[in-house]
Design a protein around this ligand. Structure first.
Ligand SMILES: Nc1ncnc2c1ncn2[C@@H]1O[C@H](COP(=O)(O)OP(=O)(O)O)[C@@H](O)[C@H]1O
Ligand SMILES: CC(C)(COP(=O)(O)O)[C@@H](O)C(=O)NCCC(=O)O
Ligand SMILES: [K+]
Length: 258
């Protein structure tokens, strides 16, 4: 079985696959100080419930936090007895090379989302991922990542307001009933919610103008749902997009001639 690890700046998501069959998924907070032994203690507990720890034979890792990769490599070597594939490293090949400025390192999550989006929808798409940062990944007609947009994440914007303005409380993101807030909390919620709707609309409009062709917009990440309710921003919302991409990339690399 294959263990896919998607490490973001906030959360690390593990998922297990048997061939193309999805088996299970678990999520933990990202912490670069966590050791391989700590990962395994937690994972083996989760896996025991489904009796799969002994069945893992392959591991693929995508991490936007470079410092965690060392311990995740040790986890695969020590506990699953395999060398992991790490997205973004030369040994992990991509079906189509990104077309970006020379020397640019593209976030591995964005490369994985590109592969997954192209597999499900073909080219000429934009993948929007609501993580710690909100990323827009533009995928060309041949499946290449050709660039995109990085915006502050929804929760990051809320935290920044709270951290920098003495009188502003911490607020959870929700869809406010009205744009005109009549108390501080409602004002902040409105700023972030309607601000974000405008951000997504504006960025997508500009990308379509620049590309001068129709482009589907696919959303993923925990907060995608909030921005899709009642709005016409996305053609589809797919929570498993990154995990799907990791599984595809693993299969792609396995099938390559040595
Ligand atoms: N279903 C959800 N509802 C509300 N907030 C969420 C949900 N899922 C994630 N979040 C929040 O969205 C932010 C990004 O989370 P996540 O997608 O795990 O980011 P990353 O991939 O960068 O680690 C975090 O602040 C997290 O608490
Ligand atoms: C933009 C990101 C911080 C998003 O990461 P996440 O919110 O998923 O943790 C990550 O993709 C990254 O560090 N990218 C490197 C720069 C780039 O992609 O151009
Ligand atoms: K992400």
């Amino acid at each position: 079985m294959l263990l896919c690890i998607d490490c973001g700046n906030t959360n690390t998501v593990f998922s297990v696959w048997n061939g193309t069959d999805f088996i299970a998924t678990w999520r933990m907070e990202t912490n670069h100080q966590r050791t391989a032994d700590e990962y395994f203690l937690w994972l083996s507990g989760m896996m025991r419930v489904q009796e799969i720890a002994g069945a893992i034979t392959e591991v693929i890792i995508s991490s936007t936090v470079p410092r965690v990769v060392f311990n995740l490599r040790v986890l695969s070597n020590r506990y699953f007895n395999c060398r992991p594939l790490v997205v973004g490293k030369p040994e992990c090949r991509l079906p189509v090379e990104p077309r970006v400025d020379p020397g640019t390192t593209v976030g591995p999550d964005r490369l994985v989302n590109t592969v997954a989006g192209y597999d499900r929808h073909g080219g000429d798409i934009v993948v929007v991922d609501f993580g710690t940062a909100t990323t827009f990944d533009v995928v060309a007609s041949d499946g290449a990542y050709i660039g995109g947009v990085i915006a502050p994440g929804v929760n990051l914007s809320l935290e920044a307001l709270h951290a920098s303005a003495a009188a502003l409380p911490h607020v959870d993101v929700t869809m406010p009933e009205k744009a005109i807030g009549t108390n501080t909390v409602a004002c902040i919620q409105s700023g972030v919610f309607w601000g974000y709707i405008g951000l997504v609309e504006g960025v997508v409009r500009q990308i379509r103008l620049e590309r001068d062709r129709p482009m589907k917009v696919i959303a993923t990440g925990g907060l995608a749902e909030l921005f899709s309710q009642g709005f016409d921003l996305f053609d589809s919302v797919e929570y498993d997009l990154t995990m799907h991409g990791l599984r595809l990339l693993n299969d792609y690399n396995k099938d390559l001639p040595a």
